[in-house]
Design a protein around this ligand. Structure first.
Ligand SMILES: C[S@@+](CC[C@H](N)C(=O)[O-])C[C@H]1O[C@@H](n2cnc3c(N)ncnc32)[C@H](O)[C@@H]1O
Length: 239
């Protein structure tokens, strides 16, 4: 009985009207699709349903505050469409590419795009690394996909120079960023910072790691590993 009640799509809270404005009906449709098909197909846990709005939809929606108008956006590891589909709903002028390797999830995403009649979304079944060298975007987003170092390696090659990576992170954001210095340098990321957004609308603001895309340094200029790393190569003497 309790279980049945918890699976009911919760009504949009008042704050959602301000956040989504004219896109609210589509956000409500998406909430309903997540609460029904999303839980039935195991894409989100039933316990997430009562907190769909505050923990998921609103929390993702405020990320658009950092996205420039008309940007191309790549959301890697989209899962059930978080944050990518929410960005596309709140900002119909964005061009959003959802990159997700698992068929069960891309099937769900394709179906959501059709039902919500979103003409600004492309679903790509792939790992992010498979797009390296062939696609770049103004903005690359992600939520709950991987530890920051790994995420940077997957995401930065997809960020055009001058574009940005926006990784939604929890309380570990600053520590993860502090540990990722060498990785960032190697990938040419500049101006890394931790940003908190949505504090006017949300009880818990969204924490985001933001990095600007630059030109990766030429291979010969990457910092040398220290002695004892086991990776140094002896120069051969010319004969
Ligand atoms: C924990 S889920 C998070 C899903 C969604 N972003 C969310 O916040 O609900 C992580 C997702 O990342 C995807 N993933 C894992 N490795 C990936 C990679 N190399 N490239 C793209 N997606 C990846 C998984 O298939 C999974 O759907």
């Amino acid at each position: 009985m309790d279980d049945a009640v918890s699976r009911e799509t919760p009504p949009a809270p008042e704050v959602a009207t301000g956040v989504f404005s004219s896109a609210l009906p589509k956000a409500e449709q998406f909430a309903d699709f997540l609460a029904t098909a999303g839980t039935e197909r195991g894409l989100i846990g039933p316990r997430e349903v009562p907190r769909l709005w505050d923990r998921h939809l609103l929390n993702c929606a405020v990320l658009t505050d950092l996205v420039p108008e008309g940007a191309s956006v790549c959301d890697i590891g989209s899962g059930a469409g978080l944050p990518g589909l929410v960005l596309a709903i709140r900002r119909p002028e964005l061009r959003v590419t959802l990159v997700e390797p698992l068929l069960r999830r891309t099937t769900f995403l394709d179906e959501a795009v059709r039902r919500l009649e979103l003409s600004n979304v492309e679903v790509v079944r792939a790992r992010a690394e498979a797009l390296h060298g062939s696609r770049v975007f103004d903005v690359v987003t992600s939520r709950a996909v991987a530890p920051l170092k790994k995420l940077l390696a997957w995401s930065m090659p997809l960020v055009r120079p001058g574009g940005q990576l926006l990784a939604m992170k929890g309380s570990s954001a600053a520590d993860e960023l502090a540990e990722a210095g060498a990785t960032l340098h190697r990938l040419g990321g500049v101006g890394p910072e931790v940003v908190h957004i949505g504090s006017d609308q949300l009880s818990v603001p969204t924490t985001v790691v933001r990095v600007e895309g630059g030109e990766p340094p030429p291979l010969g200029l990457t910092p040398r590993r220290g002695p004892g790393s086991g990776r140094s190569r002896r120069q051969r003497k010319p004969r």
